[in-house]
Ligand binder design. Structure first.
Ligand SMILES: [Zn+2]
Length: 113
């Protein structure tokens, strides 16, 4: 389950931020998960519970924001919604679409105390 490794590095990033910014507790973690990133939000939630124990984020609420896939179609010269990686452009049916959003997982916001 690659979500475990992802969640571990996520918690490490937050701990690092805590050291830099000087907060000791996190109340809410808002996490963006891209629809095209092959990351299962439920698995992340499960792993987070386990990884958070004894860490700065212990007891924090995890809010997951699903980010829809988006791409730039070279033929249409516009941003189009993307349902799957390497999928066709919904406007022109072409395959010259570069994914611009929806592939990554990142911390959008932290509520700290
Ligand atoms: Zn197109």
């Amino acid at each position: 389950m690659h979500e475990m490794a992802l969640t571990e590095s996520l918690v490490e990033i937050i701990e690092e931020e805590g050291r830099k910014q000087g907060f000791a507790r996190v109340r809410v973690v808002r996490l963006e998960i891209g629809a095209l990133g092959c990351v299962d939000p439920e698995a992340v939630r499960f792993c987070f519970e386990a990884v958070a124990r004894g860490a700065i984020v212990e007891g924090a609420r995890l809010e997951i924001i699903a980010v829809p896939g988006e791409g730039w179609c070279l033929d249409c010269s516009r941003t189009v919604p993307v349902r799957e990686r390497f999928g066709a452009c919904p406007e022109c049916g072409g395959y010259h679409v570069q994914v611009t959003a929806g592939e990554e997982m990142r911390v959008k916001e932290l509520e700290v105390e």
